[in-house]
Design a binder for this molecule. Structure first.
Ligand code: BGC
Length: 766
């Protein structure tokens, strides 16, 4: 493998020119027949016409000639890819974007290949496309399923206008380890919230009708357990038990399958000794067997090839055999199927039915997308101009950004800031950064296009606002494929300028955290405090002015125990995408009342990781006068901020918590109600959360499990009664055979505004 290279942009015509062909030379071959048969009949008919090589071709996905999101194979040449396109040996391309480029490659596939089968065009539309939404972890903090669905819809509209019809999202990997860089791309640590968000995102991308030109197919990734990489180290071994696999890891994938997601992506990790790309257990037995998934599975970038490095396959031939047999239907940029699979079939080592099954799935999805009817339906240059970066998309991502912000702490109601006659000092290396807030997955966006916090705050003109960065967070510029270099050189004059404005201010707003390229793929960390010189800067400013509002910009939970102890107000501002600065300024000034809640636990220090709210009791859970109980001797067991935590400028009171009934049979639906009152001065929204605990079970259950939530808008003084429903879906669990069961016995039920709630009652299943 060659190292990843920086993205390079050629136009399609330039690529064709390089290899001596042009669009004009393409012959106008008739498209595949469009008689009114069912999709399945059409697919079967096409299958009968295909050679083994053409079948393998459908299972082959090449990276385009432009952007690169993984290591480039050594024998990868644009010349070869073009030849294969013409032969019909390519089923899909990724990282091809722009109507001109997509039309170009599609034209070769459709008009020059023998059978003219259209390509599916994939791209990582992870948190927006050109106009960027908050990173997925931030969106999850909104707990607002409608908003999340809309965000995916907006991204699909923009991406599809550039020719893309398949996104490699949502990532539905649960993770409990903030060291892992890709926690930014998921929905956090909880399988219930994760499942709801998976459904919302799939619905948003795929819309109500896949044949429309602005809906795109989604991809539930990475199947499975990638988020449990040992020690949070990227691409690492995963070794977890069945209970965790069935109850924590798989539910969001199952939810995506039930939402009719069209594709799954497998993963780079191994699971209990078997690299998942070669796992029949996951792909055939569970996904295509038990769950009856009828879409197709794409490998992760060259993950079939990686079976060799894992020591699972001795060469590419064996890797191809293992992966195809295990149910990996398409090889993403691995060059393994295209080289090996046809011969393996001819030699009788891989059955042709395996190819037929994969190709059937791929062709069916192409039909559902309407690509056989019109392969250029995503290539409307006029629509592209209208859609890309338009105001509607900016409005949508701003709305999502505000909803994603979490108020972690607000002692003495330092926030919201007064709008007039205040001297505000804005300090920090991220305060005027227009690049970092774009986050990690932003290949289709332009660098330095985010609204910075400084720009956002400047809109409020009633105060005097001064800005100093104090320090630099990173050295130089950084790109998607590169390591970030953290700056460790203190520039005394810069820091003194920051201290000077702090001394003189009524309130200091400090914007600190991680650079957008410190989280994401390939970006695990062993320290999860404030990187570089930021802690020093924070403490120096604190020495001269204690009235500090700390705004965090980060892609993972951070361990900020000192800040929590000393800084009166802390706002979790994540990386909120293109409109970051406007969203944060509106929250700081109280024009938007924050309602986000953490989708992932914040630890006190990295030694507590993995830390999560739905842990098991252990046999020695209680504090004892001796040392022999489950604890650390150097820190508390509790996290810094628990899952589900988030404040508002208002306050909410819970009353009249009622479980309607006492004893229930396994088939009953149980009604639970609670009254919530906004007892503060601001209108606001509260995420009411319901947790259960199954007190005794044949397989131990967590001390708390989220089983319901509702985002409740409440005007100041208003009360609403909220109703939750509990049935066997919520009260049951997976045993170690992977069967979903419900056992009789006692359950505790908790309701409140975070996983720390103690407002509880009991029910019994008889
Ligand atoms: C990532 C996937 C991504 C793919 C294509 C891989 O490195 O793990 O999540 O979809 O690249 O860019």
């Amino acid at each position: 493998m060659k190292p990843k290279v920086r993205k390079s942009i050629f136009t399609y015509s330039a690529v064709l020119f390089l290899f001596g062909c042009s669009g004009n030379k393409l012959t106008n071959k008739p498209m595949i027949e469009t008689e009114k048969k069912s999709i399945s009949a059409k697919v079967e008919n096409l299958l009968t016409k295909m050679t083994i090589e053409e079948k393998v071709g459908q299972m082959n996905q090449y990276n385009g000639f432009w952007d690169v999101t993984g290591p480039v194979p050594e024998d990868d040449t644009s010349q070869l890819k073009l030849e294969h396109l013409k032969k019909g040996w390519v089923g899909s391309m990724l990282n091809v974007r722009g109507t001109e480029n997509v039309r170009g490659v599609q034209k070769v596939a459709v008009e020059e290949s023998r059978l003219g089968i259209p390509l599916i065009i994939g791209f990582d539309v992870i948190h927006g496309y050109k106009t960027l939404s908050p990173i997925p972890l931030a969106e999850a903090a909104s707990w607002d399923l409608k908003a999340i669905e809309k965000s995916a819809r907006t991204a699909a509209i923009e991406a599809s206008a550039e020719g893309i019809n398949w996104t490699f999202a949502p990532m539905v990997d649960i993770s409990r380890d903030a060291r892992w860089g890709r926690v930014m791309e998921g929905a956090g640590e909880d399988p219930y919230l994760g499942s709801k968000i998976a459904t919302a995102r799939v619905n948003g991308f795929q819309g109500d009708d896949l044949s429309k030109p602005n809906t795109i197919i989604a991809c539930a990734k990475h199947f499975a357990a990638y988020g449990f990489s040992e020690a949070g180290k990227e691409y690492n071994t995963v070794d977890i038990g069945k209970s965790t696999l069935y109850n924590i890891v798989l539910p969001p994938f199952k939810a995506a399958a039930e939402a009719n997601v069209k594709t799954f992506m497998n993963s780079f990790n191994e699971l209990n000794g078997v690299p998942v790309t070669g796992s029949s257990f996951l792909q055939r037995e569970i996904l295509k067997g038990k769950w009856n998934f009828d879409g197709f599975v794409v490998s992760d970038w060259a993950s079939i090839n990686e079976l060799i490095f894992w020591g699972h396959a001795k060469d590419k031939k064996e890797a191809a055999k293992i992966a195809a047999t295990a149910g990996s239907d398409m090889d993403m940029e691995g060059n393994v199927y295209i080289k090996e699979l046809a011969q393996l079939v001819k030699d009788g080592i891989v059955k042709e039915e395996i190819l037929d099954d994969a190709v059937r799935r791929i062709l069916t999805v192409k039909h559902e997308l309407g690509l056989f009817d019109d392969p250029y339906k995503y290539c409307d240059a006029e629509n592209e101009k209208e859609q890309i970066g338009n105001q509607t998309h900016h409005d949508a991502v701003l709305d999502m950004a505000k909803k994603s912000i979490v108020l972690l702490k607000n002692d003495g109601n330092l926030l919201p800031l007064k709008k007039e006659n205040q001297k505000i000092a804005l300090i920090g290396p991220l305060a005027n950064d227009k690049n970092s807030p774009l986050g990690s997955w932003r290949i289709a966006s332009d660098d330095n296009t985010a609204v910075s916090v400084y720009e956002g705050m400047k809109k409020y003109k009633g105060n005097s606002l001064s800005f100093e960065k104090g320090i630099d967070l990173i050295e130089g510029n950084v790109a998607f494929t590169q390591e970030v270099k953290i700056n460790t050189t203190l520039n005394t004059s810069e820091i003194n300028k920051a201290i000077a404005i702090a001394k003189n201010a009524d309130v200091v707003v400090m914007v600190l955290g991680e650079h957008g390229f410190q989280s994401g793929e390939g970006r695990s960390r062993t320290e999860i405090g404030l990187p570089g010189l930021q802690q020093q800067l924070l403490e120096k400013v604190y020495e001269v002015n204690k009235n500090i509002v700390l705004v965090l910009n980060n892609g993972r939970p951070l361990a900020i125990e000192w800040a929590d102890k000393n800084i009166p107000a802390i706002v979790e501002g994540w990386q909120l995408g293109t409109q970051t600065g406007h969203a944060i300024a509106e929250v700081l000034y109280g024009d938007y009342n924050p309602s986000g809640k953490l989708p992932m636990t914040f630890p006190r220090n990295v030694g507590q990781v993995p830390i999560y709210y739905n842990y098991k009791s252990t046999g020695r859970p209680n504090k004892e006068p001796h040392v022999f109980w489950s604890h650390y001797i150097d820190t508390e067991n509790s996290p810094l901020y628990p899952f589900g935590h988030g404040l508002s400028y208002s306050t909410f009171k819970y009353d009249n918590f009622t479980i309607h009934g006492k004893n229930f049979s396994a088939n009953d639906t149980i009604k639970v109600t609670v009254d919530i009152t906004n007892t503060g001065d601001y209108d606001g929204k509260e995420v009411a959360q319901l947790y259960i605990r199954d007190l005794f079970a044949s397989v131990t259950r967590p001390v708390k499990e989220l089983k319901g939530f509702e985002l409740v808008p409440l005007k100041s003084g208003e009360t609403k009664t909220i109703e939750f429903k509990l049935s066997k879906n919520e009260l049951g669990f997976y045993n170690n055979n992977g069967d979903f069961i419900i056992e009789s016995g006692d359950f505790e039920v908790f309701v409140g505004g975070s996983s720390n709630t103690i407002f509880k009652s009991k029910l019994t299943v008889i």
